[in-house]
Design a protein around this ligand. Structure first.
Ligand SMILES: CC(C)(COP(=O)(O)OP(=O)(O)OC[C@H]1O[C@@H](n2cnc3c(N)ncnc32)[C@H](O)[C@@H]1OP(=O)(O)O)[C@@H](O)C(=O)NCCC(=O)NCCS
Length: 185
């Protein structure tokens, strides 16, 4: 299986999102090997992935998602995607609605906390509403300790729809789902 790619490029004030390609494995491997980042992304083991695992993850996701590399100028800083909702607990609550989700990471540490994540979320959300049939877009399963992610989604106009208690012993006590709806005005 190879990555399913696309021809969408999204240009923001500072961030550009271009299609993820089979030429990006070095970047993805480096970012997915950063333990500080894995702490926020992963459930409870924070194990760094090898190339085969990274390829399997992104190739799998790409079957249902528009996957992007985010750059500032010529510097790749992270990745993100927008895809159909894949969590039944959310889809069930919004029958007859086209629900999507977005996921993102800024792999380059020096580029975090500079409002770039918020811009990535805004770009993906506009893309979902303006160029696909999305009715709602979600950020899903965001750990209570991941303040940067929660704040970035909120700054982009998302509001919490669910606070999900985690089983004892997990890093997070709660995870949040946040959502934004298409503006029908
Ligand atoms: C989550 C992520 C994409 C957000 O992007 P970002 O560019 O760092 O976020 P922004 O700068 O746009 O916004 C972060 C906000 O959180 C705030 N923040 C971050 N850490 C904080 C903390 N510990 N306490 C209080 N506020 C905090 C920042 O001050 C900023 O808010 P402000 O603009 O009101 O000051 C990025 O941090 C990242 O890649 N993290 C690791 C991977 C990850 O967690 N991905 C999401 C999984 S759900």
């Amino acid at each position: 299986m190879r990555l399913r790619t696309h021809d969408v490029t999204l240009i923001g004030e500072r961030v550009t999102l271009r299609p993820l390609t089979e030429g990006d494995w070095d970047l993805l491997l480096a970012w997915n090997g950063d333990r500080e980042l894995l702490y926020f992304l992963e459930g409870d083991d924070d194990v760094a992935y090898d190339l085969a695992q990274v390829q399997q993850i992104y190739r799998g996701v790409s079957m249902h998602a528009f996957c992007f590399v985010a750059s500032v100028g010529r510097i790749p800083i992270g990745e993100c995607w927008m895809q159909e909702m894949n969590l039944a607990r959310i889809s069930r609550g919004y029958p007859r609605m086209d629900c999507r989700r977005i996921d993102l990471m800024i792999g380059e540490r020096g580029h975090r906390r500079r409002d770039l994540g918020t811009e990535m979320i805004r770009l993906l959300t506009s893309f979902a509403f303006e160029r696909t049939r999305a009715d709602t877009v979600f950020g899903c399963d965001i750990a209570d300790f991941n303040i940067a992610s929660l704040r970035a989604f909120q700054k982009a106009g998302f509001a919490a729809t669910a606070k999900i208690e985690q089983p004892p012993g997990r890093k997070a006590r709660f995870c949040w789902d946040l959502m934004i709806e298409r503006n029908r005005g």
